[in-house]
Design a protein around this ligand. Structure first.
Ligand code: NAD
Length: 254
């Protein structure tokens, strides 16, 4: 599996799955734009990738700001000449406050939607526009979650956004196939750290509960997810579109 000559833009690339995917994709030949906030995160990961000899670019990007997302795509094309792969990965999870639907105010609900759903909309919108302009197809990989597949998490806006992403994925797969563009989603299971980990009310309890529910017996890592993202981005996955791929140590089916 190689990504030689491909240019990928990855959101939320300053840590976790985004950073691991950027490293993995750069290692197999891609030029990678790391888009995300905070700036320091994407800059540090890009510096590390550049030190390894790969072509990379850090663009501080808040996916809730449309002009930021547009600029990240424009900068990628300025520097690398094209865009072949979009990894829409940036996400937040407000463990303590995205709970109790019956008393939630709209602002709380919207905060998660703005990053996790509309952020992916903005990323796909500007990425697809570039792919169509340049011609030659492309690949979209959306990072959803196994929370899209069951109702267990108390984080209601989070799981609703992650579920909606599977619809967006199917839409892109069906309506952009004529441009040679594929779209797939990855549904990671419970990883060692979640987004906004510092807010987690009970990390030890979570580990115990999750590990006993995961047939493979351990929490996942960003490095468990990155190869799936790279594969779906690659031409080796050329007949796969519209699917979602569960990578969760068996948690969902247990
Ligand atoms: N960790 C898990 O258990 C888990 C499980 C399933 C799905 N996911 C999903 O994987 C994706 C990556 O999460 P992660 O586990 O690597 O956690 P993470 O917190 O390390 O990664 C999320 C990244 O997105 C960035 N980000 C947040 N708001 C942003 C914004 N407005 N604009 C741009 N970037 C922003 C964060 O700074 C961070 O770098 C998320 O979409 C998350 O929902 C994670």
């Amino acid at each position: 599996m190689r990504l030689d000559g491909k240019v990928a833009l990855i959101t939320g690339a300053g840590s976790g799955i985004g950073a691991a995917s950027a490293r993995y994709m750069a290692n197999i030949g891609a030029a990678v734009t790391l888009a995300g906030i905070p700036a320091q995160g994407v800059e540090e990961v890009a510096a590390e990738i550049a030190a390894g000899g790969s072509r990379t670019l850090a663009v501080p990007t808040d996916v809730t700001v449309e002009s930021d997302v547009r600029a990240a795509v424009e900068r990628t094309v300025e520097v690398f000449g094209r865009l072949d792969v979009i990894v829409a990965n940036a996400g937040i999870q407000r463990h303590n406050t995205d709970v109790n639907l019956f008393e939630m105010d709209e602002e709380e609900w919207e905060r998660t939607q703005d990053v996790n759903l509309r952020g992916v909309f903005r990323t796909c919108k500007h990425g697809l526009a570039q792919m169509i302009r340049q011609g030659g197809g492309g690949s979209v990989v959306i990072v959803s979650s196994i929370t899209a597949l069951n109702g267990r998490t108390p984080n209601v806006s989070y799981m609703t956004a992650k579920s909606a992403l599977l619809g967006l994925n199917r839409h892109i797969a069906v309506h952009y196939a004529k441009h040679g563009i594929r779209s797939n989603a990855v549904c990671p299971g419970a990883l060692e750290r979640t987004p906004d980990w510092d807010d987690h009310p009970d990390p030890d309890g979570r580990r115990e509960t999750m590990e006993s529910a995961i047939p493979l017996g351990r929490l996942g890592t960003p490095e468990d997810i990155a190869p799936w993202i790279a594969f779906l981005a690659s031409d080796d996955a050329g007949y796969a579109t519209g699917g979602h791929y569960v990578v969760d140590g068996g948690m969902t089916i247990a």
